[in-house]
Each structure stands twice: as structure tokens, then as C-alpha cells.
Design a protein around this ligand. Structure first.
Ligand SMILES: NC(=O)c1ccc[n+]([C@@H]2O[C@H](COP(=O)([O-])OP(=O)(O)OC[C@H]3O[C@@H](n4cnc5c(N)ncnc54)[C@H](OP(=O)(O)O)[C@@H]3O)[C@@H](O)[C@H]2O)c1
Length: 304
């Protein structure tokens, strides 16, 4: 499906990569990337900040792994590469100018297909940030720009500034959105629909919870530490799991595939972002691409 208003034609599952260089080392990351590519995947999500939270990391570890892989496989042109700026150092023109060159170097590429403002920078006037991003588009270093973690008010303001000043506009929004995080469905979804902005939701598996591996009283195999999905194991989480279990059984598929197919079926969503630590985990996500849920199933899954 094409990202609205662009020529970027993307696979229905965007591969999350904040775990590359963190819970997946380089050979494991290469194996996941190879499996994703073999399945027809072409949409990779990273950020300059990944994975600064891990011991001894400074950010750039994920971009570095992806760059090494693109170079080793010689397949850069087959992928839509999305990366982000702003989580480290904000969205000033100076920070954007510096960090984009570092991202390009690490990714072994001369252009970023989708460049996200990672989160709003309340210290910066939107005019300044958008003028700086627009300059990167004009310089050919960026194809399209996008936003992540913006409030509806600031996103609307940013779109108005782009329109007024003739600057590149955000074509996509990446919000925190999945079956157990539904805030997007209020004002942001309406705004995206009205302005023809594609939604690319992150944490699509609720940090692993929607894989179905978190069950009451059972040990979980995860490498994510405090960033795992255990917090969702409450009454509501259990109801969501039960709807997922029934739907997955009806389609003889995985819980993860149902959770991702549900997201893909929501208005404005074009590709959920999820990560997999191994090719085996990825294999449980991929059936989402062919899974058609009925209206009744979508309604039941949405009920909570
Ligand atoms: N824009 C933003 O601000 C923002 C913020 C966060 C993330 N993101 C993006 O969104 C992507 C997705 O988020 P995420 O990776 O943190 O979380 P996620 O996709 O919600 O959950 C992925 C985790 O679930 C587990 N998992 C995946 N498939 C599984 C399976 N089949 N069986 C069992 N466990 C499975 C793995 O962790 P374990 O096996 O180790 O438990 C995996 O790391 C990130 O990689 C990043 O690209 C963007």
C-alpha cells in the first residue's frame, strides 16, 4: 500500500528494529532482516537514538546494523528506510543538520525515504523545524517527512505551517497504538483521515504482550527487561487475550498475526510496526499480511 501522497509502496508489516544491537546481536538481526526480505517485506523502521537505553550504548546501534546488512546484501534500493531525529538533542535546525549526516553514514545510504521528527520539541517553533526538514528534502537527503508522538494540536499546527509556507508536510504519523493502547482513535485518527496522513503505529505488539506469551502465573521468555509487556497482564489484558485466542483459533493462525491484522484493518493505518528477535518470532507475525478478519471479529476485538 502507498503511504498517502507519496510513491512509497510499503509491505503491510513494517519491521521494527529498536532491538537490533540490543536484544538481537548482529547475526541474529541479519537473520531477521533476511527472513523479512524473503517474505516480501520492504519497510524498515529505525531511529538515531536506538538503542541508547542499553548499557554502554550511545544510539546509532540499530542504524549501524541495518547499514551493514544493506551493504552486505547490496539491496538498498529495494527498501523503504524510515529513521528518526529529535529524541536526542531535539528538533533544532543545527541538531537535524548534524544528525542526518550521521544517520546516512551509519545506514550506508545517500537518502532516507521517510524521516520522522521522533517527538515534538516544545522549545522549537514549528516553522524552524519544518524549514530545516524541508531543506533536507530539497537537498535530496530525505524523500518525505513524518511525525511521531505529536499531540493533535501540534500536528494540526505543523500541517498548517507547511501549507502556509510552502514547506514539505508530514505524510505519515507514528503513534503508540495497538489493541491495548487506543488513545490514537480519538482526535489523532480523525486528523489523519481529514489530512490524508498515513498511520504507522508503533509498539504494535504492546512490547510483546500481544504475541500471547504473557499468561497469568506463567514464566515468560523475553530479553526486554523493563521494556517488556508484563504490565498489560490485568483484567482488560486478559479479556483482549481471550478475544485474540478465539479469533486465532478460528483462522488457525497466531495470536500475534490477529493483533497485527486488527491494527491494519483500522482506518488510516497502512502498516503496523513490530519487531522480532528471531526468524521464528517473525514467522508468527507474517501471516497478518494475508489475514482478513470479519466485521464481527473486528468488533469483538475492539470491544475493550
Ligand atoms: N516512534 C516511536 O517513538 C517508537 C517508540 C517505540 C518503538 N518504535 C518502533 O516500533 C517498533 C516496535 O516496538 P518494539 O519492538 O519495542 O515492541 P513490539 O513490536 O510491540 O514488541 C516486539 C517484541 O515482542 C516480542 N515478540 C515479537 N514476536 C514474538 C513472538 N512471535 N513470540 C513471542 N514474543 C515475540 C519480542 O521481544 P522478546 O522476545 O525479547 O520479549 C519483540 O522484541 C520498534 O522496534 C521501533 O522500530 C517507535
Amino acid at each position: 500500500m502507498k503511504i498517502a501522497g507519496t510513491d512509497l509502496d510499503v509491505f503491510g508489516l513494517c519491521l521494527g528494529t529498536n532491538i537490533f544491537g540490543w536484544t538481537a546481536d548482529e547475526p541474529e538481526s541479519f537473520a531477521v532482516l533476511d527472513a523479512y526480505a524473503a517474505a516480501g517485506g520492504n519497510f524498515i523502521d529505525t531511529a538515531d537514538v536506538y538503542s541508547v537505553w542499553a548499557d554502554g550504548h550511545q544510539g546509532g546501534e540499530s542504524e549501524t546494523v541495518i547499514g551493514q546488512w544493506l551493504e552486505a546484501r547490496g539491496n538498498r534500493d529495494e527498501f523503504v528506510i524510515a529513521t528518526k531525529v529529535g529524541a536526542m538533542g531535539g528538533l533544532s535546525p543545527a541538531n537535524i543538520g548534524e544528525r542526518i549526516d550521521a544517520s546516512l553514514r551509519r545506514l550506508h545510504t545517500d537518502r532516507i525515504d521517510l524521516y520522522y521528527a521522533h517527538r515534538d520539541d516544545p522549545e522549537m517553533a514549528l516553522e524552524e523545524t519544518l524549514t530545516a526538514l524541508d531543506a533536507q528534502v530539497r537537498a535530496g537527503k530525505v524523500r518525505y517527512i513524518a511525525a511521531s508522538n505529536y499531540t493533535p494540536e501540534r500536528l494540526a499546527e505543523a500541517l498548517a505551517v507547511s501549507e502556509r509556507d510552502g514547506l514539505a508536510r508530514f505524510v505519515a504519523l507514528s503513534p503508540h497504538y495497538n489493541l491495548v493502547e487506543r488513545t490514537y482513535e480519538t482526535a489523532l485518527a480523525e486528523l489523519c483521515a481529514r489530512h490524508n496522513i498515513s498511520c504507522v503505529p508503533y509498539y504494535a505488539l504492546a512490547k510483546g504482550f500481544l504475541s500471547g506469551k504473557y499468561r497469568a502465573g506463567q514464566p515468560v521468555e523475553s530479553s526486554r527487561g523493563r521494556l517488556d509487556g508484563s504490565a498489560y497482564l490485568d483484567d482488560r489484558g486478559l479479556r483482549v487475550l481471550s478475544a485474540l485466542d478465539e479469533t486465532a483459533a478460528a483462522h488457525r493462525t497466531t495470536v500475534a498475526a490477529v493483533a497485527l491484522a486488527w491494527l491494519l484493518a483500522q482506518p488510516t493505518v497502512i502498516a503496523p510496526i513490530a519487531s522480532a528477535r528471531t526468524p521464528e518470532q517473525l514467522a508468527e507475525l507474517l501471516p497478518m499480511a494475508e489475514l482478513a478478519l470479519t466485521d464481527a471479529e473486528l468488533e469483538r476485538l475492539s470491544a475493550d
